[in-house]
Ligand binder design. Structure first.
Ligand SMILES: NC(=O)c1ccc[n+]([C@@H]2O[C@H](COP(=O)([O-])OP(=O)(O)OC[C@H]3O[C@@H](n4cnc5c(N)ncnc54)[C@H](OP(=O)(O)O)[C@@H]3O)[C@@H](O)[C@H]2O)c1
Length: 335
């Protein structure tokens, strides 16, 4: 099953997320995910490594930084005849340090080379944040700090970055383009000058952060929504994030468990179906073959409308993927 994007291209509604998929297992995981039936892969380039900003909190964070390995898994699957390139929907993202107009194509080409492909099905602005450029020969995969070990914001407006994205489409380097972690005002502003209206908006979306009006705004403008971190705090426990440790686990929430039991499904499947049934794409990540298969089975059965609403009632505007929660002095979600 897929979502028809505003350019007519079909995007699979369930994909495989590549954040925190380790480099040594990534190629096999991508290959096995293709075998299990996944066709969309959601990648990115950045890597945090160990963050330690003096007074700020340290956080060990294993990251994406696995585009080469993801490409190897795909190449193997194509070589063995499991799929053709055109059966796959490969997504990657522009990191914050490459927002300047003249940097976009260069880095997109490097990322494509790493994947071993000649176009992205979807290329996304990862965050509406522009930070100082660090040459890939100095550090790659990129991170937050500049060469002085500081995070320096720069004046690269989204309008410039978006114009460069539109050129990627003209040159055939990306079939579709989108944004991530944008709020409503920024998205609305972008649609005022864009020659190409974004095909997708990727946001944190789970019952503790359901963002119904942002989703409505995007869908009303013909922008498809992709949910990340569908299991709420689960993904952030691996990072020892205190906000996740303090939250009631969604996968064990009594309401989610009750609904899962009623449908003979798992809590994870209920959380994913809660999104897909409202035409929101999901990109769960799992390092476990059984869970990987389970996460694909979220289309052939339905929640009752009352259950969808009950789950929506758990909203408490609790965001985990906020730079502030990583100990960074960056305030992108201020009101
Ligand atoms: N645009 C952005 O800024 C952004 C930010 C975050 C994420 N993303 C994208 O969204 C993808 C998904 O988000 P995410 O990685 O944060 O988290 P997620 O998919 O919500 O959660 C992953 C966690 O859930 C566990 N899990 C997976 N399937 C499960 C199941 N069926 N039952 C129980 N536990 C399960 C995984 O453990 P196991 O691996 O052990 O199964 C892992 O701990 C990412 O990989 C990335 O591609 C984008």
């Amino acid at each position: 099953m897929s979502i028809k994007l505003n350019n007519g291209i079909e995007m699979p509604i369930v994909g495989f997320g590549l954040w925190k998929v380790n480099n040594d297992t990534c190629a096999d995981q991508v290959y096995n995910a293709i075998k299990a039936g996944y066709r969309l892969f959601d990648g990115a380039v950045m890597r945090y490594g160990l963050l330690d900003y003096g007074q700020l909190r340290s956080l060990t964070c294993i990251d994406y930084g696995n585009e080469v390995e993801s490409g190897q898994g795909i190449a193997r699957a194509i070589k063995e005849g499991l799929v053709k390139r055109e059966d796959l929907f490969i997504v990657s993202k522009l990191w914050n340090s490459f927002h300047e107009k003249h940097q976009v194509e260069k880095i997109a080409r490097k990322q494509l080379k790493d994947w071993g492909i000649d176009y992205f099905d979807l290329y996304i602005i990862h965050f509406p944040l522009a930070i100082a450029y660090v040459d890939p020969s100095v550090r790659y995969p990129p991170g937050w700090e500049d060469t002085n070990g500081k995070i320096t914001e720069i004046n690269a407006p989204i309008s410039d970055t978006w114009a460069a994205f539109e050129e990627l489409v003209e040159k055939g380097l990306a079939k579709s383009i989108g944004v991530s972690n944008f709020h409503g005002q920024l998205l609305t502003d972008l649609t005022r000058y864009a020659k190409i209206i974004p095909q997708t908006l990727q946001i944190e979306h789970h019952p503790y952060l359901s963002q119904p009006t942002l989703i409505k705004l995007a869908q009303n403008k013909g922008i498809a929504v992709t949910a990340y971190s569908s299991f709420g705090p689960q993904s952030f426990l691996e990072l020892d994030m205190k906000e996740a440790q303090g939250a009631e686990p969604l996968l064990q929430h009594p309401l989610i468990k009750k609904i899962a039991d009623k449908h003979s499904k798992t809590p994870a499947q209920v959380l994913l179906r809660w999104a897909t049934q409202r035409n929101i794409a999901v990109i769960p990540k799992s390092n476990n073959p059984e869970r990987l298969a389970q996460n694909l089975d979220v289309l052939s059965w339905n929640l009752d409308q009352s259950e969808i609403e009950e789950i929506g009632g758990l909203n408490k505007n609790l965001r985990f993927n906020d730079p502030v929660n990583y100990g960074l002095d960056i305030y992108m979600y201020t009101g």
